[in-house]
Design a protein. Structure first.
Length: 200
């Protein structure tokens, strides 16, 4: 399979690539590094990326984040980068990428546990993750040519404990191999329109 991984050199992306490397052709895309550069907040950059890669059998996105901070002082300016990146960026990967996805191919997006278990100071991220989940549930009904779409919703993963652990006190750590299996299932399995929750 020819698999495009956006964010393939990030914390989760690197592990996902390792789990899918054998027997597949991986194309790594990122803002600053990888086989092809892409800024998912820009539809033009996304289209250029797909024109470079040509048709692919699967698209995985592990890129994007959102604002963590006090609700009392949060403004639209705090929300917009996450909306333009993790939310609209992933949506545009599908809207543009569906024309570059092979029949029976798949999209795998990434949301997160905050959609259903918001952490303190995580309102912006909760909103974005919930919207990504809802988009996938709806888009799965509309894709043609047996194309599939799922979203992986990770909890606090082992490799991100130092970076994000302070935002999720008391949350169980998710083993990286268990998280990777959710992406493999989405790409290699037959599931469609699923929120693959990996919370412990």
């Amino acid at each position: 399979m020819k698999i495009l991984v956006i964010g393939g050199q990030g914390t989760i992306g690197k592990r996902v690539c390792r789990g899918l490397k054998e027997g597949n052709e991986l194309i790594i895309a990122g803002r600053h590094s990888g086989d092809v550069k892409v800024d998912i907040s820009s539809p033009e950059s996304i289209r250029t990326m797909f024109q470079h890669t040509g048709f692919v059998d699967a698209v995985i996105c592990t890129a994007g984040t959102g604002y963590y901070g006090p609700f009392d002082t949060m403004t639209q300016d705090h929300l917009l980068p996450g909306i333009q990146g993790k939310l609209l960026g992933q949506i545009n990967l599908v809207l543009i990428g569906k024309d570059f996805l092979s029949p029976e191919g798949s999209f795998t997006l990434t949301s997160g546990i905050a959609a259903v278990h918001p952490a303190k100071n995580g309102t912006a991220v909760a909103m974005i993750n919930g919207a990504v989940n809802s988009f996938v549930l709806a888009a799965a009904q509309e894709l043609r040519q047996d194309k599939r779409i799922n979203v992986v919703s990770p909890g606090l993963v082992e490799d991100s404990k130092e970076r994000y652990g302070e935002f999720f006190p008391g949350y169980n750590l998710v083993p990286m191999n268990k998280l990777v299996n959710a992406y493999v299932l989405s790409v290699k399995g037959a599931v469609n329109g699923e929120i693959l929750k990996v919370y412990s």
